[in-house]
Design a protein around this ligand. Structure first.
Ligand code: NAD
Length: 265
């Protein structure tokens, strides 16, 4: 696409954003790649480079195979997400919120960077959970991931739940990141909140998602059918580009600030 065409498209989307009163952002891993966290399916994605990693995200494999859990804890230790900082893409959504236009951020991300950037946590729906908490698969006890990582660093390869039962005995259940694995249902309240938000918005910004994971991806046609303007910002084509009113295949941390009027396109 010629530079002028790209500039015109950004300008058009900026007008759509300016005119919107109730915006919902649906974000995916692509908004965080410029914070140093690789996505899954992009050209440098974790699963593109290491298809084995996908196995660790399957609930049944995780619960049934101690080796899968050991690998998962090991790889969690070195995740770049622990020290990642929000980038200009996250900050653009904060600007939209401060202007009173952003209703909800529905995110598939587990990195908490929207909240860290300054979005009101009450406006962020974490469809796939958070990597900063761990839950026990047996007793449901929740704790900070860091408290479990301390044990992994000290040599426990597959740490078990230490919560005490009524008779004082340790639970011993399997600990799992409070993220939604493949084969696991989303929290019903979260997907309901997301659906309510998209059917009542006038602009849906789908940012940095391959739009291939359901039910999150289904929010795009839902918004469109409900009459919202749909803008997709993603480097690669998505299955919903045809449904969108505009598609920007540009780097998010450049183009999102531009479409909210913080930078030139
Ligand atoms: P995905 O990996 O399927 O797709 C990411 C998309 O973003 C790709 O199409 C890629 O081309 C695009 N992209 C990457 N960097 C970009 C950039 N700088 N500018 C423009 N486009 C860019 O991600 P998904 O759709 O979110 O689904 C994957 C699942 O992975 C989600 O369930 C999510 O929970 C999980 N995940 C989360 C994180 C995170 O929290 N940061 C990271 C990896 C995976």
């Amino acid at each position: 696409m010629a530079a002028n065409d790209a500039g015109r498209e950004v300008h058009e989307v900026r007008s759509l954003v300016e005119g919107a009163r109730r915006v919902v952002a649906l974000t995916g891993a692509g908004i965080s790649t410029d914070s140093g966290i690789p996505d899954f399916r992009g050209p440098q994605g974790v699963w593109t480079r290491d298809p084995e990693a996908e196995r660790r995200s399957n609930l049944r494999q995780y619960l049934n195979d101690p080796e899968v859990r050991r690998q998962a804890w090991r790889s969690r230790l070195s995740s770049p997400a622990w020290n990642a900082l929000p980038n200009a893409g996250h900050r653009a959504l904060v600007a939209l919120e401060r202007r009173g236009q952003l209703d909800t951020v529905v995110t598939q991300n587990i990195d908490e960077l929207h909240q860290r950037a300054g979005n009101d946590p009450a406006r962020v729906v974490e469809l796939h959970g958070t990597m900063f908490s761990v839950v026990c698969w047996s007793c449901g006890a929740r704790q900070a991931t860091e408290d479990v990582l301390v044990r992994v660093r000290a040599g426990e390869e597959d740490p078990a739940c230490t919560a005490r039962g009524p008779a004082g005995q340790p639970c011993g259940g399997i600990l799992k990141s409070a993220t939604v694995s493949f084969g696991e249902d989303l929290a019903p309240g979260d997907i309901e909140r997301a659906r309510t938000a998209v059917v009542s918005c006038d602009l849906l910004l789908a940012v940095g998602s391959s739009l291939t994971v359901y039910p999150a991806a289904g929010l795009v046609p839902l918004a469109s059918r409900a009459g919202a303007t749909v803008v997709i910002i993603n480097a690669e084509p998505t299955p919903y580009d045809e449904v969108a009113d505009a598609v920007l295949r540009r780097p998010i941390s450049e183009v999102l600030p531009a479409v909210v009027g913080l930078a030139s396109g």
